[in-house]
Design a protein. Sequence first.
Length: 293
Amino acid sequence: AQDVLALMASEKANGLFHGGIMQSNAGFGIGSRGSRTLKGEQQRGVRTAEIFGFEGPGALQKLKAVPAAEVLEKFEEHNSSYYHAPAVDGQLLTESIWETVNSERLADVPFIIGSNGDEWYDRAPDDAGIEAVRQTVADSAYLNSPEALAAVATETDFRRAIDRVSTGETMLCPSQFMAALYDNAWVYHFTRIRAGAGGAKVRAYHGAELPYVFGTHGSWMSTNEIDHRLTKQTVSYWTQFAKSGDPNGDGLPTWPAFKESGNQVMTFGDVAEATDAPEPELCRLFSTAVSTN
């Protein structure tokens, strides 16, 4: 998703595609988070070469001779928390994606953007308590306020409270923020939780929408008639958008454009239906915070 957004932000890619789909687009590079720079990535490359004992002018050629799988293995061993993202390199990107988004200079093409209901739930500690919730809010870049804590205070499942803050800041609210700036944006919110113990354990996890988009359900998670119907609808929406630049089509529930409808999204739960955008308070706080950073 972030690579699609980078192409939409790059003048060099203008005219090369007629639409974009960004699923669980991470809000990296927004506001004070800044962006990756070419210099920073070059320095990381130098440090990677040094891991193999390569230094000096010939280091790059020596590194190129190492099998890619070995380079990747060593890189991840020494950079386990590193998140790969597009860098402002002066070629593909000449400014931060945030600047392009906020100044409404993305490619003039329609797009679908959205996130899942529980992107981070399965990563929250099983024994999470209220202190973990408070710490998540305190560590947040844009939702570190008493109001954000109050917005999730009624949750009795502390993992769910942690997830709401984390999902809101990194994916859900950035998607809504971006869509609100553009006329030709459709927003989805995927909330379908599979039946059975497996579904209850991971809920609408990061990537949960993919089997529905591509019709590729595996045996590791049970499916039923609800999933089959939702898959057929999801495939139809995505296909229709790819063909026409509008996800709506015959026999499908109407999916309103986000800005035009006053922030309506298509919720893919047990049924597909247009609803008000989720987490209005968290996303209001996010929009206020990110606009002042």
